[in-house]
Every structure is written in structure tokens, then in C-alpha cells.
Design a protein around this ligand. Structure first.
Ligand code: PGA
Ligand code: ZN
Length: 426
């Protein structure tokens, strides 16, 4: 039985306040979890409750959310069985009473939801991934965002993430090794062309260089991979991916996308993606088009048959948004971010809905993270085969990578690296 719930204001990797929640079972601290935060957020995400007090953290404090955890939420949940995750999550959703968790705050609700899961696992004496799914055994392919732009950097590159997927590795540990070897080659290439300052990194650990457009970053990825001794191509060591986060360089008034000084209509942009896919093995594109353009997503999904099309800002881990996409064939995979929807049960419900309709699920970090590695347990529990959790060079990112190494070790011979089958490893 849950006997107490506590919370506090902590800071994320940007120094911005976020919520940490603690769940007590039979008087003992049994589960703790941190809430991540986005910066390049979707319009339809659940509501993050901030204090709005300009005298603290420029309005970004979360003391109100913390008070909601220790007040109303605590009162509603004390006495419930910690193993009843769905009932607990539903109780919080009903207590909040708004469609986007605006009253209590999705940050308050999610902190408790995740801490309840951890407390349930601890009470059952199991690691979290096994508690959530006794058959979780797939280690994901990491989507490593070597070059960063968009809202997560201070450069002029519009596309947010240029990604290498080490699909030819034979384990998660090997995938990390390949990543670092390629990244060290890339560092030298960047220094040679742009100087040492260009090796500063963005929020998720990729280099924030003065590169522009879409072609030059791929040329660098290609060269670095080859210098590290790996082969590029479907069925080879490495394939590529993008997170375009295109809502953020799309003008809602004119409908135009502006990339490196050139404006594109939707169809022109799709053509550009097709040119890239003709030259490079482009295995996945996230948010290639604006978050409201379901029709465009149908088109891009049809026209890039070799490429996984992932909806992040499009779906916001929300089963109702996903239903809109699945019905028409918009995208064929969902990005999975627990804080976009605000409870673990709802996020799992979205993932299960995606699987039932043949869509892939890519588990993801937020740009604002803490040293909590919880999503690594989730990706294994989901057997989803793919995770986006940044370059392994900053503590809040290594927390996830290192947690996956622990899980891979614990699973031993039953661990299966998703590899080339990352879209459907189950
Ligand atoms: P965010 O960025 O966490 O700031 O939203 C990551 C992404 O767009 O995938
Ligand atoms: Zn994204």
C-alpha cells in the first residue's frame, strides 16, 4: 500500500526546474523518478505547470506542481496498492479533470506515475523493465544525433538532428563503441574545416557546427563513418536518420518551409527528402513536415517506401492523435515521450495501439533531461527496437546508455540487439 508521496523541485540539464517525485510503500521510500522537459515541443503536448513567478527562475519554477503532488495527488493515492498502475494513473487523470492535465500539471502527474512504477517494481523485487514486461528482451538500436541544429543549438542549421544508426553492431555495447569511434573522426573533420569552437555541442550532445542545409552534414557523417572503418548502407554497419522538427522552420501563415535561405512548398520539400534518400541510406525521418499536416505525412510516407516516417510533434504520444494518423496512413511510427501525454499507462496505451496497427515505436529522451535512466527500462519493456537518447557524452545522456548496458548484462544470453530489424524486432 502507498503510505506517502513526496516531491521536490530539482534542475534538469539546462538548469531549469523540474519535478522529482518519491513514492513510499508501507512507510519505506520505494520509488523515485524525475520528469523530463522539451524545448522543441509540439503544440498538442500535455501541459507543464510552471509557477509564472518572475522572481524565481524567470517564471519557470515548479513549486505549484510540487504542492499538487504533496497535496491533492497524495491524498487521492494513499492507501492504494502500488501495483495497480493503471488504476492509479486513471485516478490522477480524473482528479485533474482536464483533457491536457492543465489543472494539476502533467509534470506533477507524470512524476508520480513513474515513481509508482519504480515503487511497484521494487516491491515486487524486480528490475523495472521486467516488472513492466516479463518478456522484455530487445536492446534497441540507438539513434545517435552526431550533428545538431534547430532549437537545441545556437547555430543556423534548421534540421535538428543528423543521426547515425549503428544497425550492424552485434550488441548495445558494440553500438556505443562504434558511436564513439565515428564521433572522434567527426570531431577531427569538424576542427579541420571549422576550427575548434565548432566542436561545442547542443542540448543532446551532438556538435553544433556552422554547417548549413541538408547536404553538408551528410557529407561529414559519411566521411567520418568511412574513416572509422565502417560501411554505410542498408544491410551494412550504419544507416542514417533525421529529426527534422520541421514545425519549427515552417511558416504557418505562408505554408512555406525555409531551409538554408531557400523556401519550399510541401511537395518541393518531399522531393528534397527523396533526393537525399536516393543518395544515402535514409532509414528514418522524424517530423519531416509540419505537425498539423496529416495529409502531407500520408504523401511522404507513400513516397519514401524505404524510410520509416516517425511522428513526434504530429502524434505527441497521444492515442487520439495517433488514431487520426493510422486511419489515413500518415507516418508509420510513433515517437514515445512519456511527458508528452503525462502518465505511463497512457503512453503504453499509445504504443500498444501503434503496434496493433503495424506502426513502429521509437522511445525518446527530451532535450531537457536529468540523470534518471528510466526510459531505458521502458524501451526494453516495450521491445520497441529503437531509442533516441543523445550522444554518450553528457551525464543525462550517459545515464540512459549506461542503464542499457546494465540491462544487456542482466539479460545475458537472452538479450537480443534489434540491429537491422529495429522497426519490427518483436
Ligand atoms: P525536445 O526535442 O525534447 O526539445 O522536444 C527532442 C525532439 O524533438 O525529438
Ligand atoms: Zn523530434
Amino acid at each position: 500500500k502507498i503510505t506517502d508521496i513526496r516531491a521536490r523541485e530539482i534542475v534538469d540539464c539546462r538548469g531549469w526546474p523540474t519535478v522529482q517525485a518519491d513514492v513510499y510503500v508501507d512507510g519505506v521510500l520505494a520509488g523515485r523518478a524525475d520528469v523530463p522537459a522539451g524545448r522543441s515541443t509540439g503544440l498538442h503536448e500535455a501541459f507543464v505547470l510552471t509557477d509564472g513567478d518572475p522572481k524565481r527562475y524567470r517564471g519557470l519554477g515548479v513549486r505549484k506542481a510540487v504542492a499538487n503532488v504533496e497535496g491533492e495527488i497524495r491524498d487521492a493515492l494513499v492507501g492504494l496498492d502500488v501495483s495497480e498502475q493503471r488504476k492509479i494513473d486513471q485516478t490522477m487523470v480524473e482528479l485533474d479533470g482536464t483533457p491536457n492535465k492543465k489543472r494539476l500539471g502533467a509534470n506533477a502527474i507524470l512524476g508520480v506515475s513513474l515513481a509508482v512504477a519504480r515503487a511497484g517494481a521494487a516491491t515486487a523485487g524486480m528490475p523495472l523493465y521486467r516488472y513492466l514486461n516479463p518478456f522484455g528482451h530487445v536492446l534497441p538500436v540507438p539513434l545517435m544525433n552526431f550533428l545538431n541544429g534547430g532549437k537545441l543549438t545556437a547555430n543556423e542549421l534548421e534540421i535538428q538532428e543528423f543521426i547515425i544508426m549503428p544497425v550492424g553492431a552485434d550488441s548495445y555495447a558494440h553500438a556505443l563503441q562504434m558511436t564513439t569511434e565515428i564521433n572522434e573522426q567527426l570531431r577531427e573533420l569538424v576542427i579541420t574545416k571549422y576550427g575548434i569552437l565548432a566542436t561545442n555541442t547542443g542540448d543532446e550532445g551532438g556538435f553544433a557546427t556552422p554547417m548549413k542545409g541538408i547536404w553538408e552534414p551528410f557529407e561529414f557523417l559519411q566521411k567520418a563513418t568511412e574513416l572509422a572503418g565502417y560501411r554505410v548502407g542498408f544491410g551494412e554497419d550504419v544507416v542514417y536518420a533525421l529529426d527534422c522538427a520541421s514545425s519549427h522552420w515552417h511558416d504557418k501563415a505562408t505554408g512555406l518551409y525555409t531551409l538554408d535561405g531557400k523556401s519550399y512548398e510541401r511537395d518541393g520539400l518531399i522531393d528534397l527528402y527523396k533526393q537525399v534518400a536516393a543518395k544515402y541510406p535514409l532509414a528514418s525521418i522524424e517530423d519531416p513536415l509540419d505537425e498539423e499536416d496529416f495529409e502531407g505525412f500520408v504523401k511522404v510516407t507513400r513516397e519514401l517506401p524505404q524510410t520509416q516516417i516517425v511522428g513526434d510533434d504530429l502524434f505527441v504520444t497521444n492515442v487520439e492523435r495517433l488514431r487520426l494518423g493510422v486511419g489515413r496512413g500518415a507516418a508509420n511510427a510513433m515517437l514515445f515521450k512519456v511527458n508528452q501525454i503525462g502518465t505511463l499507462s497512457q503512453a503504453f496505451e499509445s504504443a500498444e495501439f501503434a503496434y496493433r496497427h503495424g506502426y513502429g515505436v521509437q522511445v525518446s529522451e527530451r532535450s531537457g533531461e536529468t540523470e534518471d535512466g528510466l526510459i531505458s527500462d521502458l524501451v526494453v519493456a516495450l521491445n520497441s527496437g529503437q531509442i533516441k537518447t543523445g550522444m554518450p557524452i553528457r551525464g543525462e545522456r550517459t545515464a540512459k546508455h549506461n542503464r542499457l548496458l546494465q540491462i544487456e548484462g542482466e539479460l545475458g544470453a537472452t538479450a537480443q540487439y534489434a540491429g537491422h530489424a529495429f522497426r519490427r524486432p518483436r
